[in-house]
Design a protein. Sequence first.
Length: 270
Amino acid sequence: MKKIMDKTLKLAFWSIVEIVVLSVALTCTSCSKDEDVLSQEEIETKIIGKWKQTIKDGDGVLTNDRLIKTFFTNHEGTSSSSRSFFGEYVWCNKIPIKYEIKGNDLCEKGVAQIFAKVLSIDESRLYENDYKIITHEGEEISVNTNLTYEKVTTDYSQDIIGLWEGVEMTGDETYGDANHRIKYNADGTYVYYDKDGDNWKPSENVDNEYNVDGDWLATRWRTVAGADYEYEWWDIDEIKNGTMKWSALREKGDKTRYTTTFTWKKIQLQ
């Protein structure tokens, strides 16, 4: 178990470095000054809230590769992500962050110093590019990329709690069909059920965990105790009137992309 935890912590660290999230709340000591594009006051005002990465260099971001960042008024926030520096999946949900804005530079510092240019921002979209990362060992990494974030105004973390039964599914996915139930508990765990004749049988998977950050659902599980974690992420499109709708942009091995949807109905236990 200690070996698994050590691996998870290491991957989480590199995930923080690559996707511009951080886990230690420190104050930025130096950011470049450039007020020609946007005013600092405008960015500081409009950046407050939750942002989901949706486009990277002109392409839609796969649901399993998303980054969610939340900025609070006290220059602190949280970040959720799925990929590590090595391209492996990790469990990074609502990691505390600290940020500072100088000119149109967004500066973050923790295990690394990260600088990004804010190109533009309005009430619904945030555009960034050209990251510079300075690791805790002093190594400097430059990343030339353009990112678009959409503002998230919904929070389904409480609405998802309860028992749900799959009723419709479209697109290719690992489930195979919609004959499944999931019970989401308030403590961040869940129980997955398969249909066995007229009965519902709990899955043999263990260590089932989930997290909802805004409208993004992260899940992980082990097929047997001690095995590596399996991961999956969904966008929650809606939870309303006892119906929950998911969608996900996926990619096959040949780089072909497709969209999967899943509709659930809430089951009221007697």
